[in-house]
Design a protein around this ligand. Structure first.
Ligand code: ATP
Ligand code: MG
Length: 175
C-alpha cells in the first residue's frame, strides 16, 4: 500500500515517547520536509522500526535516542541512533543471527531472546530495505534503513499479493 512515511514515523515516535521519558532519555525526532509517500508494507515496516527502537531504549542508560528520516537520492533513509552501551566491532556481524546476544551477561541484565534483529533482517529483505549498523563500544549505535522510493515490480507484486490474501481471509472470517 501507499504509506505516508511522515505520519507513520510521527505515530511511532509518539508511541515510544513514554518509554524514553520513563528512562530519562531525550528522544529526538527529525523528519525532512519533503518526504513523499512510498509503496511498502506498513505493518512490516513498523515491526522493523519498533524492534530497533526497543533495542535503542533497552541498551541506553543516559543521553539521547534519535529517529531521523531523510531523502537520500532514490531512497528514504531512516536512522535509529542511540548513545547506549554500543557493540564491539567483532560482534557486529553476528547480531543479526537468531538467538544471538552479545554476551550472556547482556541477557541476564537486559532480557530478551535475541530474535528482534533476526526478524527485522528478514522483514527488510521482503521489503527490499537495506539495513546497516555502525557502533562504538560505550558510545552508541546507529541502525540505518534505506527504503527504495521506487520499489521493484517483483517486490511490489509480492506485497500486493499478500494484501489480496489478507483481504480474502478477512472476507471469509466475516461471513
Ligand atoms: P529480543 O529482541 O528478542 O527481545 P534482543 O534485543 O536481545 O532480544 P536482538 O534485538 O536481536 O535481541 O539484538 C541482538 C543483540 O544485539 C542484543 O542482545 C544486543 O547484544 C545487541 N544489540 C542490538 N541492538 C543494540 C543497541 N542498540 N545497542 C547495543 N547493543 C545492541
Ligand atoms: Mg531486541
Amino acid at each position: 500500500e501507499k504509506v505516508d512515511i511522515k505520519k507513520s514515523i510521527q505515530t511511532i515516535y509518539d508511541k515510544f515517547y513514554e518509554q524514553t521519558k520513563n528512562k530519562n532519555l531525550e528522544f529526538v525526532l527529525e523528519i525532512d520536509e519533503n518526504i513523499k509517500d512510498i509503496y511498502t508494507d506498513l505493518e512490516k515496516l513498523k515491526q522493523i522500526i519498533n524492534n530497533l527502537l526497543s533495542n535503542a531504549i533497552k541498551f541506553t542508560n543516559k543521553g539521547q535516542i534519535r529517529l531521523k528520516v531523510k531523502n537520500e537520492n532514490e531512497f528514504i533513509k531512516i536512522n535509529i541512533e542511540d548513545d547506549g552501551i554500543g557493540i564491539a566491532q567483532e560482534n557486529l556481524n553476528e547480531i543479526f543471527e537468531r538467538f544471538k546476544q552479545v554476551d550472556s551477561s547482556t541477557t541476564r541484565k537486559y532480557g530478551g531472546t535475541g530474535l528482534g534483529l533476526a526478524i527485522s533482517k528478514e522483514l527488510c529483505k521482503l521489503l527490499d530495505i537495506k539495513i546497516d549498523v555502525k557502533s562504538e563500544l560505550n558510545k552508541g549505535t546507529t541502525f540505518e534503513l534505506l527504503l527504495p522510493k521506487n520499489l521493484k515490480n517483483e517486490i511490489k507484486n509480492s506485497i500486493k499479493n499478500e494484501e489480496k490474501i489478507d483481504s480474502f481471509e478477512n472476507i471469509k472470517l466475516e461471513n
